[in-house]
Design a protein around this ligand. Structure first.
Ligand code: SAJ
Length: 424
């Protein structure tokens, strides 16, 4: 069997490499020529532990090759982005399915009777049915599940990815998979494909339920993080340590509160709940509020920094705003990765830099240079040199190296510890 993976990003490439490592022939498809070239050299364009070795071996042994033009295969796995588009007034967030549409139109010409098409991209409810429509429009000579049920030429299913960045290779194999076929035979065909590399359980359901299951998982996490973030704001007002509070409350056998932070980043948890809200705006009240609480957290941290600057200047009347040095610890969207996409820490550092007439220092052990054009005037420094010269220290990401810095070392400065690394 030949398996084609369409979209060679954070999900598609690891999936292609893991399938190829099981000695199946994999054709990777991506619209980006440089991504395709990099992979065909046995190299990777993203950071994910163990992925480089897997891709290198798969390409060298001839099980994986990449191309910009789809080729015939027996199964197509679509793993392209599903961002959301916001209207100019920022009052609604609609899912943007253009990449799924383009991917299905690109594979349509090479589809043949008996092929299986799986949508892995996180999608709003109904997206798999839309994909099936786009395929049917492009190939009127073939039959599809929406009109021909179990007798259709093409099998279609939704099987959402659920892997955690940083642990993708292990989770791809070990996690259970929810497989939502458009018919029972579609689910069965998709299950057979996943059995090639998944050691977890494959549980079948409908495409719509599978779509909603994925959105629910990430909304569950978002709502729970929002609860922790709201508690941190309440505790700040009431002069209580939120970290101690959560530790104590979590001693209850049925309470398990997550950790507050500077906001929710990444391209999943901050996006997927909107797919539910946009479809059922009147019903999804808690889910929408959680999004708003988490999206409001970066501004709250920035306000805290401004407050600290005010306090510092009143305690040091000989100084002006230009003399204030602020050090931001961490830019990534979560600990111990180099991924700055949709990072609240990066957004906070940008706001601080823009409003601080003094010096802004950045400590981010996982990158070698600051992202271009985003932090004009900032300097990337080592932790110790930042601590030596900062008047205000802002902890934004709980990277491991920060946890090993003794809290006493930070004592001399005004500290905003959004993760409880030095104050918990
Ligand atoms: N965060 C907190 N407090 C916490 C936990 C997380 O503030 O207690 C923040 C993180 O710092 C980060 C954001 O939330 O900014 C998201 O991080 P995460 O580790 O919770 O999740 P992601 O975005 O890396 O991956 C999630 C996972 N989903 C769930 O755990 C339900 C992953 O399994 C999904 O595959 C992934 O989204 C996805 O692609 O949808």
């Amino acid at each position: 069997n030949t398996i084609s993976v369409v979209g060679l990003g954070y999900i598609g490439l690891p999936t292609a490499a893991v399938i190829a490592s099981r000695k199946e022939k994999v054709i990777g498809v991506d619209i980006n020529q440089s991504t395709v070239d990099t992979i065909n050299q046995g190299k990777i364009h993203i950071v994910e532990p163990e992925l480089d070795m897997l891709v290198h071996a798969a390409v060298k042994e001839g099980y994986l090759h990449a191309t910009t033009t789809p080729e015939p295969a027996d199964a197509f796995l679509i793993a392209v982005p599903t961002p959301f588009k916001t209207n100019p007034e920022h009052t609604s967030h609609e899912p943007n399915l253009t990449y799924i549409k383009a991917a299905s139109q690109s594979i349509a010409p090479v589809l043949k009777k008996g092929d299986l098409v799986i949508l892995e991209s996180t999608s709003p409810v109904g997206a798999t049915e839309s994909m099936a429509e786009w395929l049917a429009e492009a190939r009127p000579d073939l039959t599809f599940p929406q009109t021909h049920g179990e007798e259709s030429d093409i099998r279609i299913a939704h099987c959402p990815e659920r892997v955690l960045p940083g642990h993708v290779i292990r989770e791809l194999v070990e996690n259970d998979r929810v497989i939502g076929g458009m018919t029972a035979k579609c689910s069965q065909a998709a299950t057979e494909l996943y059995k090639v590399f998944v050691e977890g359980e494959c549980i079948t359901t409908t495409a719509r339920t599978a779509e909603m299951a994925k959105l629910t998982e990430n909304s569950f996490r978002d709502v729970n993080i929002a609860f922790a973030n709201e508690l941190s704001i309440i505790c700040d007002k009431l002069d209580i340590s939120v970290w101690e509070l959560i530790r104590l409350a979590n001693r209850h056998p049925r309470v398990n509160i997550l950790q507050p932070g500077p906001g929710v980043g990444g391209h999943c948890i901050a996006v997927d709940p909107w797919f539910i809200v946009s479809e059922t705006p009147d019903e999804a009240r808690l889910i929408r509020t959680a999004r708003e609480v988490n999206d409001g957290k970066p501004q709250w941290v920035v306000d805290k920094v401004n407050e600290a600057v005010g306090k510092f200047l009143s305690a040091n009347p000989d100084k002006t705003a230009k003399d204030v040095t602020i050090a931001c610890f961490g830019l990534a969207f979560k600990p111990d990765i180099d991924d700055l996409r949709e990072s609240p820490a990066l957004a906070i550092a940008q706001q601080i830099t823009t409003s601080n007439p003094g010096q802004t220092l950045i400590v981010e052990p996982n990158i070698e240079v600051l992202p271009s054009g985003k932090l004009e005037g900032c300097t990337l420094v080592e932790a110790q040199s930042a601590l030596d010269s900062a008047d205000i220290v802002v902890l934004l990401v709980d990277h491991k190296p920060f946890k090993s810095i003794a809290p006493q070392k930070v004592n001399g400065s005004y500290l905003i510890d959004s993760r409880g690394v030095w104050t918990a």
